[in-house]
Design a protein around this ligand. Structure first.
Ligand code: ZN
Length: 208
């Protein structure tokens, strides 16, 4: 059964990586997997790096508003002591962690835990964003999510930074990034166009 992890870890753990560009639904996917584990009465815990303060301080949240209580840590070595009896360990925005996260995930999986890591695979310059590429290599399951290109509507796998601010790490939402396909992505092409981005309408909401 390739691609379909058992819901119940039995002594053997594993690593799942959920990756892709901005707006590809990585955090939603992470939260969905953790929720399904909770429905099966499995204990879960979620970590995120302290750098990401976009949403409520103590929760993992997706752009679509799904939210889950999380623990913020500065460094990957703070994770192990906080995992406790959790059967499933989630890590969001993992690209902002130090390289020690790889060993932490491997140790947790070796202890029989299911580890689910979500994060960007490329930075805005198109450079692989460690430790995600390394985690993808050691993971049992890798899911690469795609967004939709803001220019042409084709599947998008890159994050276009649309403002000229900050360094490699610019934590932002729709005012700072757009999802773009290979054809419409350009590393340094910052432009004022389309900020802030409105969400496409949900026509069901207009009926009420
Ligand atoms: Zn495109």
């Amino acid at each position: 059964m390739v691609g379909h992890p058992h819901l119940m870890p039995r002594e053997v753990g594993w690593i799942e990586v959920v990756t892709g560009c901005m707006f590809s639904g990585k955090t939603e996917e992470l939260i969905g997997r953790l929720r399904r584990a909770q429905y099966a009465r499995q204990s879960v815990v979620v970590f995120k790096p302290r750098i990401d303060s976009r949403y409520a301080v103590d929760s993992v949240g997706s752009h679509s508003g799904h939210r889950m209580r999380s623990i913020q840590v500065e460094r990957s070595d703070e994770i192990m002591p906080l995992v406790g009896d959790a059967m499933v360990v989630g890590v969001d925005e993992a690209q902002f962690f130090d390289s020690g996260l790889v060993e932490v995930c491997e140790r947790l999986a070796n202890q029989g835990k299911r580890v689910i890591v979500a994060g960007l695979d490329l930075d805005y310059r198109g450079v692989p964003f460690e430790p995600i590429p390394h985690l993808m290599a050691v993971a049992e399951y890798v899911t690469k999510k795609l967004a939709i290109c803001m220019v042409c509507g084709n599947p998008a796998d890159r994050s276009q930074r649309i403002v000229d601010l900050g360094g490699r790490v610019l934590v932002g939402e729709s005012e700072a990034y757009e999802a773009r396909c290979r054809l419409h992505w350009q590393a340094e092409a910052f432009g004022p166009q389309q900020q802030p981005l409105p969400l496409g309408p949900n026509l069901a909401e207009q009926k009420s």
